[in-house]
Design a protein around this ligand. Structure first.
Ligand code: NAD
Length: 499
């Protein structure tokens, strides 16, 4: 049995007495490896290694840190096929989609290759008589990232790339369901010239998460996962005085106006609802057509498009998506489909019961389409996170917008229309963090930043972009003057003002 070890101080670390977790191959439905689950002592070991290495790394001039990031980027590109294959085998997404997962993380590495520029501070000459004021951004020391199963390359890279480029040390606690890719990334970072101890990987479950949240030397924690856990992690870390950034679940809506290019919208929605088996926080699992006629035309086209979808093993180049991540998750998604039917929605396409020849034990699910979903249904209010598209019919634009705005989650939303005026009104008023106009999956590019509203995000700074740089640095502001002649120029017992 293949074993997956921690990566601390530049080397694989194991613990013979540790608990082990099974890592499945979702296409085969079989255990393919075991991961060592850490504990508080392993977290302390990783923090000690980070603490020893971090001051030297932070003292390097930022151009030299940028050169390591450039080399890291090259190595990820060179190892793209190997990483994608490793990712697909543990996650189940098709190879092309795994490459997209890695690429979106790589783009954050590209962004932080500009770290000398990103870290430049501000300067005011003559803020008072002979007084200059300047500010600088300094690393916070040691940060950690706790990541979900659904983007095992992109999300660790969202976090660790800005953190280390800013001069911090970083500890990744990957999802225990697909832990191999973050370890491989840490090995490549070492090969790129990152000092030992600057990027450590500690595997585990709640035990390791709690140890990270309680360790006094970890100054900031970034979390991405489901909302209840995000809120818990946020609360515990913040109570311990840490800087916290916790992204949660989602239920993104795609609103279809009667004037939309329906063929393009259908192509976009099918890709965004079923791609990666719907296991994306920026998937579009709810479609809101405006008007009965739009809804009927949309439904007809969706049914036709769904019939053309191919579900297959990750290595099948013609498959649009692969299995869901685990047997338990498959059962959960199926239970939501049954709940939606019991609540009164209409089952238009049933994706349950799909079996692939030769892969009968794999966690495959066909695409499901449900119509006449209503906003009071539990299956609508909760995140399903599977290949399930729910149609919620609205009679007006205002009614349609009220659904994403009123929903507990506010990660992403999309509007399909040809009306620019309406689109402007929409982007300005909708209560969701990331908005697409005729764009189904509006994941911002690496030099903007990613974050949802309401129960999709706890904390105030987003992932990557300038927010990422702010999250992993502290501002220090210096007010200075150089009195000449050594004489006391003034003395005051009043707070200095600029009157
Ligand atoms: P999850 O919440 O089960 O796990 C996320 C991380 O938390 C993992 O590392 C896991 O080990 C850890 N964890 C799990 N239970 C814990 C507990 N009780 N205490 C402490 N830590 C715990 O999420 P998942 O199933 O891996 O990922 C899917 C979820 O992530 C979905 O809800 C999805 O919407 C969300 N997600 C959100 C974003 C975003 O940016 N908003 C991005 C990707 C995924």
């Amino acid at each position: 049995m293949r074993m997956i070890h921690h990566f601390i101080d530049g080397a694989a670390v194991t613990d013979a007495a540790a608990r082990l977790g099974d890592v499945f191959d979702p296409a085969l439905g079989k255990v393919q490896a075991q991961v060592t689950l850490g504990d508080a002592a392993m977290v302390a070991r990783a923090v000690a290694s980070a603490k020893a290495a971090q001051p030297g790394w932070a003292a390097l001039n930022p151009q030299r840190r940028a050169r390591v990031m450039f080399r890291f980027k090259e190595l990820i590109e060179q190892h793209m096929d190997e990483l994608a294959e490793m990712l697909s085998r543990e996650h189940g997404k098709v190879i092309a989609d795994s490459k997209g997962d890695i690429q979106r993380g790589l783009e954050v590495v590209e962004f932080v290759c500009g770290i000398p520029h990103l870290l430049k501070g501000e300067f005011t000459e003559g803020a008072g008589p002979g007084i200059d004021v300047y500010s600088m951004r300094q690393p916070i020391g040691i940060a950690a990232g706790i990541t979900p199963f659904n983007f095992p390359a992109m999300i660790p890279l969202w976090m660790c790339a800005p953190a280390i480029a800013c001069g911090n040390a970083f500890i990744i606690k990957p999802s225990e369901r697909d832990p191999s890719v973050p370890v491989r990334l840490a090995e490549l970072a070492l090969e790129a010239g990152l000092p030992e101890g600057i990027l450590n990987v500690v595997h585990g479950d709640k035990v390791v998460v709690d140890a990270i949240l309680d360790h006094p030397d970890v100054k900031a924690v970034s979390f991405v996962g489901s909302s209840d856990i995000a809120q818990y992690v946020y609360g515990r870390g913040a109570a311990n005085g840490k800087r916290m950034q916790c992204m949660g679940g989602a239920k993104n809506h795609g609103i279809i106006m009667p004037d939309a290019d329906l063929d393009q919208a259908v192509a976009d929605i099918v890709g965004a609802a079923y791609g990666s088996a719907g296991e994306r926080c920026m998937a579009l699992p709810v479609v809101v057509p405006v008007g009965e006629e739009t809804a009927d035309r949309l439904r007809e086209k969706l049914v036709a498009a769904i019939a053309d979808l191919r579900v297959g093993v990750p290595t099948d180049p013609d498959a649009q998506y692969g299995p869901v991540v685990s047997a338990a998750h498959k059962a959960r998604v199926e239970a939501y489909i049954q709940m939606a039917i019991d609540e009164g929605s209409e089952l238009v396409v049933d994706g349950r019961g799909l079996s692939l020849q030769g892969y009968e034990d794999g966690y495959f699910m066909g695409p499901t389409l449900l119509d006449r979903v209503t906003p009071t249904m539990r299956s609508y209010n909760e995140e399903i996170f599977g290949p399930v598209l729910q149609m919620l019919r609205a009679s007006s634009f205002e009614e349609a917008v009220s659904y994403p705005t009123g929903h507990q989650y506010g990660n992403g939303v999309a509007l399909f229309t040809r009306n620019g005026d309406l689109a402007r009104k929409f982007m300005s008023s909708v209560e969701v963090g990331m908005v697409g106009i005729n764009v189904p999956i509006p994941v911002p590019v690496a030099y903007h930043s990613f974050g949802g509203w309401k129960r999709s995000g706890f904390g105030d700074l987003n992932q990557y972009g300038m927010d990422g740089i702010r999250f992993y640095t502290r501002t220090k502001t210096v007010t200075q003057r150089w009195p000449s002649g050594g004489a006391v120029l003034d003395q005051s017992f009043v707070i200095p003002t600029m009157r």
